[in-house]
Design a protein around this ligand. Sequence first.
Ligand code: UD1
Length: 360
Amino acid sequence: MTERHSPLASGAATILLTGGAGYLGSHTCVALTQAGYQPVILDDFSNSDPVVLDRLEQLLGQPTPCVRGSTADTKLVADTLKQHKAAAVVHLAGFKAVGESVAEPLKYYANNLGGMLSLLQAMASTDCRTLVFSSSATVYGDPATVPITEDFPLSHTNPYGHSKLVCEDMLAALRHANPGWQTGVLRYFNPVGAHPSGLIGENPRGTPNNLMPLLAQVAAGLRPHLDIYGQDFATPDGTGVRDYIHVQDLAQGHVAALRALLAGQPSFTVNLGTGRGQSVLEMVKAFEVASGRSVPWRLAPRRQGDVASCFADTTLAERLLGWRATRALHEMCADAWRWQLSLSGQTQPTPIGRPGSRPP
Ligand code: UD1
């Protein structure tokens, strides 16, 4: 275990932020700090880079304490909770690549379920029973209709989705056994974008799985084209429709959830999305406008497991948390593009729009 120390702001409630150096975690760290909380990051850097800590310091003007380690280390988590007198935990640490979870299920069950179990044991042993948990719209499987409300049937089609559902069930069992547990389960739709400073964002290792980083890499000339997975879905233009939400709005959703729990609000499960759906083709156009670059694409077969349309009904989050997403699609694309430029060290990416590379 290594630890980066910094003086904790006096009077600020301390929040253990697992996965705090990751994509969602780093933005949530900024939002928590700016809301007056003192996050303490726990991260094993298995899918993040320690340089994020320096970027956070640049953004926040102060270092954020960070413990290097895994949530699977129950003693480390318990010691950290005690040492920092944490009032609550925001649990974001976990693996999230669907395809990888199908190829390596044990890795996903060990990390996502083993990590959760160990974290909950550590919390119980230190009497810290307030938790915000990162779940996913993947728990709705293939929804019969949209928009999706929280009472829709739940299902899973891969070990990643299964791990999220089991984690939600673990929390339900704990609440049933001991009403002292206060949990806020957040079902994310499609987080995209980056901090407008260009200092933090998503940095996928290897080939990205998700649409937005791929759009950015194609626009930057790092990939020749985007494969659009299917144009025969039952959607207005035939391509998949998703609820893309700016990562900063999502981070603020965590702050709203935490604030509600710490104010004594009963446990809840809410969708975090914008309530609007965008098709892949709409995303391509929006990204071209934001970047001023061409995004060549070609049609490809459907990706296994993809659903036609998935977007949130956000009424419950608005009612319970007083939260709603405010950032528009052009901000999501502009911020993702700025981040892509800073990642590739480019200010003037090479234009690659080749005539004829796009289907008519
Ligand atoms: C995916 C996961 C989901 C996970 C979420 C967040 C799958 C099946 N689902 O959601 O469980 O919670 O990421 O990490 O992997 N698309 C293309 N070309 C591409 C990439 C994507 O056309 O190269 C399309 C997809 O078909 C989809 C849309 O873009 O219609 C968004 O895809 P993606 O960003 O991967 O998100 P989801 O599939 O919604």
